[in-house]
Design a protein around this ligand. Sequence first.
Ligand SMILES: [Ca+2]
Length: 233
Amino acid sequence: MTRLRRGAVWMGVWLAALFAGVAACGDDPAGTGGNGGGGNISDPATLQAIMEQLFVPAALGMIDGFDRLVVAASGGAMDGVVITPTGPNSFAADVQLDLDGDGSRESTLSGTSSGDIQTGASISITSLTNPNEPSLAGTASTTLTQTGQSTVLMDGIVGDISADPPGAGNAASVELLGGTVSLDLLTGNPSGAIDCLVTGEGATLQVLSTFQSDGAGGFEVRFTGNGFDFTVP
Ligand SMILES: [Ca+2]
């Protein structure tokens, strides 16, 4: 289970970085810490700069939140986690996260899980809120199924993350169009790819996120599209 947890966390890290990227680009001048918009997310150079800046703090915040969620789900009391059972094998959870690395948990991730991975578990992120960007909204979902002794398949990965309405100065959105990612229970690493549509101020960018080995026992995400190709962390 530890390695399934690690694989799932890495996927969460990627998603958290996208949420943080959309929030940074849509950053509301009226919000606390707002900077009046962090740039156009559909500009490849901006997308790369944002992912390089946010990936590691988002990763650390997500790993910390997931660790607290796991302790709370097994009956322990953890701060910043609320778990509500919703039926046999199902629960809803709210987890407070520090995704920008400043030491305070500014974001709240809410999600649901139902079923188990033997027959297929449905995992949904129902919201992620960030006070720096009050208009941040998003959902994502996937099905998690154990397909072999050491393989869990994450299939039907879809979702929408947005901040500020289209046409507004700071508009930013990421649509998860679909993808399949396999989690290796021997290494704990994900492999596979997810297709995304990234929309900024008037422009749209097709982005493929590929989860691959970093060659040193770990994992990295490669972002590719028309005229760009970069890898984080
Ligand atoms: Ca923070």
